[in-house]
Write a protein of this length. Structure first.
Length: 177
C-alpha cells in the first residue's frame, strides 16, 4: 500500500466479519430519488417510442428496394444468360461430331494469338432409351461435354482460356442375333 493512505481495518476472523455484516442497517428510501428515476424512465421510454416509427420506416424502405434490386438482377440474368440456356437444351443428333471451335476462335487465330490446345472433356453420359428404326433397334445416348480452348500471345505473354459446355445425342446401333 501507499504511505499516504492508511490500511483499512480488516477483521481478523470470519466470525468478526459476520458480526460486522449483521450490524449493517439499510438506509431509508429517498422518495425524491425514486421520483427522479421514474421521470428519467418516462422520458427515455417516450424518446424510444418516438424513434421506433423512424426505425420501422427504414425497414419499409429497405424491403421494396431489395425486391426491386432482386427483380433487376433477375431481369439482367435472363436477358444476358437466357439465350445461352436455351441453346444448351437443344440436342445435336450425330454419329460422331468433332469438336468445333466457337466463332471467337477464328477471330483469335487471325490475330497475334496462337492456338495452344483444344480439348473436350466428357462430363456426363446417360441413356435416353431404345429406338426402333428401319435398320433395327438403336440406343440413344445423351453426352454432356465441356470444351476447353487455349490461346497464347508470345509478344505480350497473354493467355486466354475459353470453356464452353456442349451436349450431344448419339444414336448407337445395337447388334441383333
Amino acid at each position: 500500500m501507499s504511505e499516504n493512505f492508511p490500511e483499512p481495518d480488516l477483521p481478523e476472523s470470519d466470525q468478526e466479519l459476520e458480526t460486522l455484516l449483521k450490524n449493517l442497517q439499510p438506509n431509508p428510501l429517498d422518495f425524491a430519488l425514486l421520483r427522479s428515476l421514474e421521470e428519467n424512465f418516462e422520458h427515455t421510454s417516450a424518446e424510444h417510442s418516438s424513434q421506433e416509427p423512424e426505425t420501422n420506416l427504414k425497414w419499409h424502405r429497405l424491403i421494396p428496394l431489395s425486391l426491386v434490386g432482386a427483380l433487376g438482377m433477375l431481369a439482367y440474368a435472363s436477358f444476358h444468360y437466357g439465350p445461352h440456356l436455351n441453346s444448351q437444351s437443344k440436342a445435336v443428333v450425330a454419329e460422331s461430331t468433332p469438336i468445333q471451335a466457337p466463332a471467337m476462335v477464328s477471330s483469335l487465330e487471325g490475330g497475334q494469338f496462337q492456338p495452344v490446345s483444344a480439348q473436350g472433356f466428357l462430363v456426363n453420359s446417360s441413356s435416353a432409351g431404345l429406338v426402333e428404326t428401319e435398320a433395327g433397334p438403336q440406343e440413344k445416348m445423351n453426352l454432356e461435354y465441356r470444351d476447353a480452348y487455349h490461346w497464347h500471345d508470345p509478344e505480350t505473354g497473354t493467355s486466354i482460356r475459353y470453356f464452353q459446355p456442349r451436349s450431344e445425342e448419339v444414336i448407337i446401333p445395337l447388334q441383333t442375333d
